[in-house]
Design a protein around this ligand. Structure first.
Ligand code: PLP
Ligand code: COI
Length: 364
């Protein structure tokens, strides 16, 4: 398939009523409700990518021996469509998601979806389901592209058949507390990813492997788990679905620091964007290793003033409390910090139609 690929359309026989859409958009939550349609594109070794179709949102039919069910070739992306002040729809750096989706596919020995098909699938879905994009400032349409192996067989090898699917879900705040700072649990018992593993890929297995630790965090009364490096359990990597930032100092002299890409953490698009936005705002920025000892010690001395998590779903969410096996401590008295909120306002401003000096917004 080449640029300009044709998508077939199977319209929904009974799309949601305007009342039903309004009901969902009044309180969308996260990942609870889905739009009327989805896009599917198939791949096999003979035909490559083919059969691009916009169809009613429906169950997928899978053979019980479909290889994804046994050996887990499954990758996904997450990005959002935002309604602009003039009513048009844009998304934030979707080309970066397309590229990361190809990179995840390579790591899982899956076929790479060409960027024009990735972007084309979003264009086609928004064209039919645009009415599902909320208008409120903190809300958006969360887009979830994913790919699974569908070939029937139990031999362990890369499959010869796959399906790419795009679904979409109106989204409010990822955390039920909205902008309230979250609490985190520093996990030393389990690891999310090891050097040479799949930590830098957005594959389903990484999330399955995180759930036991996430349950442990909840038992400890925390919202999220913070993952440490696999070798020393000492260096901060990221959270379950978010990257982490540390703010040293305050005001115009603040320095914004994030763990360097170790190969075992996800190269977040929000992370990359915040590094650039922070420089634009005049903060110094640094990508380096941050240890759990430095984190606690420098919060204690007042040098480390703010910590926040970031990601497409979480946007920028302040971290207020940190708990570990030997104790706990508050950051900024448990409140959201000034630099965190300035970065958040700048980033969400770009997404909502403000000045876009890097040309990050993509019109669909
Ligand atoms: N880390 C993990 C494990 C994630 O799942 C996500 C979410 O996509 C992120 C970080 C943040 O990435 P992004 O900013 O591209 O959404
Ligand atoms: C995202 O932010 O898009 C994520 O994928 C995080 C989480 C919902 C898995």
């Amino acid at each position: 398939m080449t640029p300009g690929t044709h998508f077939s359309h199977v319209p929904h026989p009974s799309p949601a009523t305007p009342e039903r859409v309004a009901d969902v958009l009044a309180s969308p939550g996260f990942g609870q409700h889905f739009t009327d349609h989805m896009v599917t594109i198939r791949w096999n070794t003979e035909q490559g990518w083919h059969d691009a179709t916009v169809r009613p949102y429906q169950s997928l039919e899978l053979d019980p021996a479909a290889m994804v069910l046994h050996y887990g070739q499954a990758i996904f992306e997450g990005l959002k469509a935002y309604r602009q002040p003039d009513g048009s729809l844009k998304s934030f750096r979707p080309e970066a998601n397309a590229e990361r989706f190809r990179s995840s596919a390579r790591r899982l020995a899956m076929p790479e979806l060409p960027d024009d098909l990735f972007l084309g699938s979003i264009r086609e879905l928004l064209a039919v389901d645009g009415r599902w994009v909320p208008e409120q400032a903190e809300e958006s349409l969360y887009l979830r592209p994913f790919m699974i192996s569908t070939e029937k067989g139990l031999g362990v090898r890369p499959a010869k058949e796959y399906v790419y699917v795009l679904i979409a879900s109106p989204a409010g705040s990822y955390f039920s507390g909205g902008l309230k700072p979250v609490s985190v649990w520093l996990c030393t018992e389990f690891v999310r990813a090891a050097p040479g593993g799949t930590g830098a890929a957005k594959c389903a297995g990484n999330y399955a492997a995180s759930l036991q630790a996430q349950a442990q965090a909840a038992e400890q009364g925390c919202d999220q788990v913070v993952w440490l490096d696999a070798m020393e359990r000492h260096w901060v990597e990221e959270m379950g679905g978010m990257n982490l930032f540390f703010v040293f100092g305050s005001g115009a002299d603040a320095k914004v620091v994030t763990p360097e890409l170790s190969g075992s953490l996800l190269p977040g698009i929000t992370r990359d964007s915040i590094l650039r936005v922070a420089s634009d705002l005049g903060y110094s920025v640094e990508e380096r290793r941050v240890s759990t000892e430095e984190w606690e010690k420098k919060v204690g001395t007042g040098e480390l003033t703010e910590v926040f998590a970031c990601g497409t779903a979480a946007v920028i969410t302040p971290v207020g409390r940190v708990k570990h096996a030997d104790g706990e401590f508050l950051i900024n008295g448990g409140d959201a910090g000034e630099v965190t909120m300035r970065l958040r306002d700048t980033l969400t401003g770009i997404q909502r139609g403000g000045e876009d000096r890097h040309g990050w917004m993509h019109t669909f």
